[in-house]
Write a protein that binds this ligand. Structure first.
Ligand code: FE2
Length: 234
């Protein structure tokens, strides 16, 4: 790992790490061999969602696939290679995030699933912050897994940053609203990234989705009045 330094200056809080993974790590060929054509309910590329798990293609229209530490070891041998890729990717991410945390004297104990993201030609992710109404995060780490595409620049409009990624780069920055960012449309080839978010602890990572909240309210009513919880769809 090479520390390329701050994007802008130290006050910006945006740090770029270079050459985090070997050029011959070959993540993309291995990942596509493993899940490329898969229709498995979990080990497959999914249409990316936003906010409260909504499809909004005009806002975000790429593909993604998530893996987290607790998924390892993977029980289905057909997808073991995805676990190997995750382990190699997250090792590099953690090295950078640990360095970043030491720079700013913070400690991140909560690590979200790593989101492997795939942008085909024309696909993009519009301006958003990683910390907001539907999700909490403190530090965001965005790793770039391949070269050989055009477009797909990473833009942080309020920081006046437009960044052209290279394979092996990891950019680490705060997750909050002044670090809102976008991925511009890919114009040629396919871009792959690996995004992992961090937080101080898991206090803000209980499931507060509307469905879960309704279920919790229903459970409370049942506990007060007796009976069984009925789900909305039953
Ligand atoms: Fe993001």
């Amino acid at each position: 790992m090479d520390i390329a330094g701050y994007v802008g200056n130290q006050h910006s809080g945006i740090v770029l790490y270079k050459n985090v993974w070997d050029k011959d790590a070959n993540f993309i060929e291995r990942l596509e061999d493993c899940i490329g054509d898969s229709t498995h309910e979990y080990f497959s590329w999914k249409e990316s969602l936003v906010g409260d798990q909504e499809k909004m293609p005009e806002y975000r229209d790429c593909w993604d696939f998530k893996l987290r530490q607790s998924d390892i070891p993977i029980c289905d041998p057909a997808f073991e290679e995805a676990g190997e890729i995750y382990k190699e990717v997250i090792a590099g991410v953690r090295e950078c995030v640990n360095h970043y945390c030491n720079l700013y004297n913070i400690a991140m104990q909560y690590e979200e699933a790593t989101n492997f993201v795939k942008y085909d030609v024309g696909q993009h992710f519009n301006v958003h912050a990683d910390h907001g109404f539907s999700y909490s995060a403190t530090v965001s780490a965005i790793g770039y897994l391949n070269d050989g595409y055009e477009g797909g620049e990473y833009v942080l409009p309020y920081q006046d940053v437009k960044f052209t990624p290279e394979q092996g780069d990891i950019i680490v920055h705060p997750s909050t609203f002044v670090y809102a960012h976008q991925s511009l449309p890919v114009t040629k080839g396919t871009k792959y990234s690996a995004v992992t978010m961090y937080d101080y602890n898991d206090r803000n990572h209980q499931d507060h989705s509307p469905q879960q909240s309704n279920q919790a309210v229903a459970q409370q009513v049942v506990e007060q009045h007796g009976g069984q919880v009925q789900s909305a769809s039953s």
